[in-house]
Design a protein around this ligand. Structure first.
Ligand code: SAM
Length: 130
């Protein structure tokens, strides 16, 4: 019984750890201005409920030095990169095929006063190189 309670509390605490705090008005404004898919605002707002990204990001914080360059292919509006920036990572980059998502990522990066090296690119035949 106690282990279940610990598990529940742990999951609840983790949801705070993975949350991105942002004004909902600003988030809605970003969506409208960039015309990015509604999904990108959802990904920012509901980040803790996307464990398939939260868990590997947690691994990164534990296994990768914060000086490393982290590049996310298909970064969308940058929810994961922004979260990593808040955990101390400063060398961040990402690509996405959707120009609107990258535009939204750039607006969000300025909201969080960070800089993300973004590029619009199709990851299947990528035009960028390291
Ligand atoms: C499910 S979203 C995930 C976004 C982000 N990784 C996150 O977890 O919040 C998938 C993203 O991949 C992008 N995408 C799909 N095909 C792509 C491709 N061929 N090259 C680059 N990005 C692509 C989409 O535009 C979309 O933003």
């Amino acid at each position: 019984m106690l282990d279940k309670a610990v598990c529940y509390v742990n999951g609840w605490l983790q949801s705070f750890r993975h949350r991105l705090y942002i004004s909902q008005t600003y988030l809605a404004w970003c969506s409208k201005k960039t015309n990015a898919s509604w999904w990108h605002a959802y990904a920012i707002k509901h980040r803790p409920w996307r464990p398939h990204v939260c868990v590997p990001c947690e691994w990164i914080t534990q296994l990768v030095p914060s000086s490393a360059y982290i590049f996310e292919v298909g970064c969308g509006s940058g929810a994961n990169l922004i979260w990593l920036q808040q955990k101390g990572f400063q060398n961040l980059g990402g690509s996405d095929i959707a120009a609107s998502a990258i535009e939204m990522c750039n607006l969000l990066a300025s909201y969080y006063k960070t800089s993300i090296n973004t590029v619009v690119d199709d990851a299947l035949p990528p035009q960028i190189s390291s």
